[in-house]
Design a protein around this ligand. Structure first.
Ligand code: IPM
Ligand code: MG
Length: 388
């Protein structure tokens, strides 16, 4: 029996009361867990909150915060304290900064790792779909290492599966002593995990340019063949959407060769991790890429519960210096307003303000170009706020 698409992906929403969200704005309380994490996370999260507070008419915010990641390990011995997970589960949406600390990267025997925070949140909130929109801004075409004529007009979305694959597959671990050490990771998927992601890909495509590329390694991996089979079954319900299979390695090449050819790239967890970092360079910098992680659960507003984070990571080399580009985090706030609160107008205002600062030649150091004005984190956020 074919499972029918049941996802409500529309941005204009109706609350359970039957009233439209716009009509409820004055009474709507946005309960948001802010989890800044490590490195530049706290700096960019603070500016995200400033942008939220600056929106007029004022949104009613109920903010809470907790330590997660390396700072939580240092203070509490665990990357994702129970209270932090509970806070995230109780909120309508989560704003997440970044996690990671070099001292853990360099210690292969560490039992606790900062990254367990984000992995635990994805699993604990059942956030199976990660939306990573990649849009080439005209103003930034020269900031990329790639040719402007290849980048102009790029507007794609990497839809990454987030709670399966080798990130969570068992067995996983290392054993033996040198010179006989070995390690294993397991990539496993159920057809239901594949199906819900592919349904989301096709539904999203309907609101975009109506094309889905499914990236797998069906020529080598059994999970790849499952992805392909299930994708083909789901596709039958979407005759209006153009569809192609692509091997993930070839996809990484075509993303650089002709990125405009892509609309939605749907793929499993690890390939999505890699392809989205690659695709971020189409925008000039990782500092520009927001993301939304969604499950099928709804929040108190009848909207999607979600976690919103920039994809750039902790960037310890510039942490605490006030240099970090806050735009990916600010654009993540826009995604949150749209997906978790149905506030598309407010989301659009933030996105247009970001367009405007870029068009006016304002930059952070990661995207600086000749003839532009380079701002620090705070000043860049203030510039966005002034243009809201
Ligand atoms: C990402 C990151 C994470 C991942 C890390 C921090 C665990 O690279 O969100 O892309 O691998 O998923
Ligand atoms: Mg990554």
């Amino acid at each position: 029996m074919r499972v029918r698409p049941v996802l409500a992906l529309s941005h204009t929403c109706t609350c359970p009361t039957g009233n439209t969200v716009r009509g409820l704005i004055s009474r709507m309380i946005l309960k948001i867990a802010v989890l800044p994490g490590d490195g530049i996370g706290p700096e960019v999260c603070a500016e995200a909150v400033n942008v939220l507070k600056a929106l007029k008419p004022a949104l009613e915010l109920e903010l809470s915060t907790a330590l997660v990641g390396g700072c939580a390990i240092d203070a509490l011995g665990t990357a994702l304290p129970d209270d932090a997970l509970k806070m995230a589960q109780d909120a309508d949406a989560v704003l997440f900064g970044a996690v990671g600390m070099a001292k853990f990267d360099n210690d292969p025997s560490a039992k606790v790792r900062p990254e367990q925070a984000i992995l635990g949140l994805r699993k604990g909130l059942a956030l199976f779909a990660n939306l990573r929109p990649v849009k080439a801004y005209d103003a930034l075409l020269d900031a990329s290492t790639l040719k402007p004529e290849v980048l102009k007009g790029v507007d794609l979305l990497i839809l990454r599966e987030l709670t399966g694959g080798c990130y969570f597959g068992k067995p996983q671990g290392a054993s033996g002593e040198a010179p006989h050490r070995s390690a294993v990771d397991t990539t496993s998927y159920t057809e239901e995990e594949v199906r819900r992601l592919m349904i989301m890909a096709f539904e999203l495509a309907r609101g975009r340019r109506k094309k889905v590329t499914q990236a797998d390694k069906a020529n080598v991996m059994a999970t790849g063949r499952l992805w392909r089979q299930v994708a083909h079954e789901v596709r039958e319900d979407y005759p209006d959407i153009a569809y192609e299979d692509m091997f993930a390695d070839a996809c990484s090449m075509h993303l650089l060769r002709n990125p405009r050819a892509f609309d939605i790239v749907a793929t499993e967890n690890l390939f999505g991790d890699i392809l989205s970092d690659e695709a971020s360079m189409l925008t000039g910098s990782m500092g520009m890429l927001p993301s939304a992680s969604l499950g099928s659960g709804l929040n108190r507003h009848g909207q999607r519960r979600g976690l919103y984070e920039p994809i750039h990571g902790a960037a310890h080399d510039i942490a605490g210096k006030g240099l970090a580009n806050p735009l990916a985090m600010i654009l993540s706030v826009a995604m949150m307003l749209r997906w978790s609160f149905g506030l598309s107008t407010e989301a659009g205002r933030i996105e247009r303000a970001v367009d405007q600062v870029l068009a006016e030649g304002l930059r952070c150091s990661d995207i600086k170009q000749a003839g532009t004005t380079v701002l620090g984190t705070k000043d860049m956020a203030s510039a966005v706020i002034e243009r809201l």
